[in-house]
Design a protein around this ligand. Structure first.
Ligand SMILES: *Cc1c(COP(=O)(O)O)cnc(C)c1O
Length: 407
């Protein structure tokens, strides 16, 4: 166990002034909530916005709405390497997880394989009925998924594209805002995302039919109880304290907090967002802007450092760097990767694996993928590491990480 300065792998700081704003949110109640919704709708130029207790809850609600619209369909297709919250939300919505392997160069779908999967799943002449309800396109770590390409190869208008922009609130690609590409999309306001309100989920859509169903489902969800709001307040205050690298080793040393673990768990709470969280997020535009600048500067640095044969990064030479919330690097040499991760763990430098496994490796889901293989996703789970780019990383930290990588 490490005692002393420890850098969190990802962080969107919450400042004391945000907590004050959270308390004001509680006093303002519903008007705080309305303000947040209006603000988001204006900024993203979308017709509808809904707020939930987490990104997972947002995704589960979206899928429940789609299921209501197309009751004969029950399959949701996702990349085989992604955040475990995605299959958790699919199972929570009572649907089946279908996987497509990824392209290890882009972390996006392997589009050749995707065309094959889609032609099987939505072939109008197929004797099997068309079971595919939705395809979820994820922007992993902030790398934009090619949703235009996805749209072109889906030739079934009943298949809805859900854009998982959980890590990408405020991120852009060629001047277009991520979260506005799919039929419906969502952001997370969780701890390690682009901006945090302790927890929270934001749904965007322009589609009247989807919004109408979403509204009905969300109206039926409970509000946070007083106890839950108190817990959120406690959590916000601890985050404001413990996210400081001087103290971050403390929560990391407490096993039951399970910090940084990615768990598969469909049994999560689904609530409306509280006015405390809406208040906490009041200055989201300002915070996103400053966090984005800090992350971009660190990302540029990592892009240069990882420009070596031993590493592959996901930066295209001729393109602008995407808005990343962790900087992913593929390390093919197993012993080098192990050395980097172990050293970082010992010295508290915030380098961690991407996700613990590919989705077909999740114990509870394994049986649904018998006979299928997702080799690129499986390999990547064993090769990926991510470097921290968040605003708390100092130049001195960066130098230490740089030296660690060089070995
Ligand atoms: C974090 C995350 C989610 C879930 O968001 P929570 O707010 O943590 O529930 C979903 N998808 C991706 C890609 C994520 O990174």
């Amino acid at each position: 166990m490490r005692i002393g300065r420890t850098i969190p792998p990802a962080a969107a700081p919450i400042y004391p002034k945000d907590i004050v704003s959270g308390f004001k949110g509680i006093i303002r109640g519903n008007s705080e909530f309305e303000r947040f919704v209006t603000d988001i709708r204006e900024y993203f130029g979308v017709k509808y916005c809904f707020l939930l207790s987490s990104g997972r809850a947002a995704l589960a609600v979206i899928l429940q709405a789609l299921k209501k619209m197309h009751p004969h369909r029950d399959e949701v297709l996702i990349p085989a390497f992604t955040c475990f919250s995605v299959p958790s939300a699919i199972v929570r919505a009572g649907l089946k997880v279908k996987l497509c392997d990824i392209n290890p160069e882009t972390l996006d779908f392997d589009f050749i394989k995707l065309s094959r999967v889609l032609s099987r799943s939505c072939n109008p002449k197929s004797t099997e009925s068309n079971r595919l309800l939705s395809v979820i396109a994820v922007h992993p770590f902030g790398i934009p998924s090619d949703i235009h390409r996805l749209k072109k190869i889906i030739n079934d208008h009943e298949v809805t594209i859900v854009e998982d922009a959980a890590q990408s609130m405020g991120a852009e690609q060629n001047g277009n805002k991520l979260g506005t590409f799919g039929d419906v999309s969502f952001f997370s306001l969780g701890r390690g995302k682009a901006i945090s309100a302790v927890a929270g989920g934001v749904i965007l859509t322009n589609r009247d039919d989807i919004a109408c169903n979403l509204k009905k489902i969300i109206q039926g969800l409970p509000y946070c109880s007083l106890f839950e709001v108190l817990r959120l307040i406690g959590y916000a205050i601890s985050l404001a304290i413990f996210i400081d690298p001087l103290f971050f080793w403390i929560p990391r040393a407490i096993p039951f907090l399970r910090l940084g673990e990615t768990l598969y768990d469909p049994d999560f709470k689904m609530r409306k967002i509280s006015s405390f969280q809406a208040g906490l997020a009041r200055d989201w535009r300002g915070r996103i802007k400053s966090f984005r600048n800090a992350r971009a500067e660190h990302s540029r640095f990592w892009a240069r450092v990882t420009e070596q044969d031993r590493f592959s990064n996901f930066v295209k030479q001729d393109r602008v760097l995407p808005d990343l919330i962790r900087f992913p690097v593929r390390v093919e040499d197993e012993s080098l990767r192990k050395r980097i991760l172990d050293d970082s763990d010992k010295r508290g430098l915030g380098i961690v694996p991407g996700y613990p496994d590919s989705i077909d490796g999740i114990q509870e889901l394994k049986r649904s993928f018998e006979g299928e293989d997702f080799p690129a996703a499986r390999r990547l789970a064993r090769q990926l590491i991510t470097l921290p780019v968040h605003p708390i990383v100092s130049r001195k930290d960066r130098e230490k990480i740089h030296r660690l990588i060089l070995g």
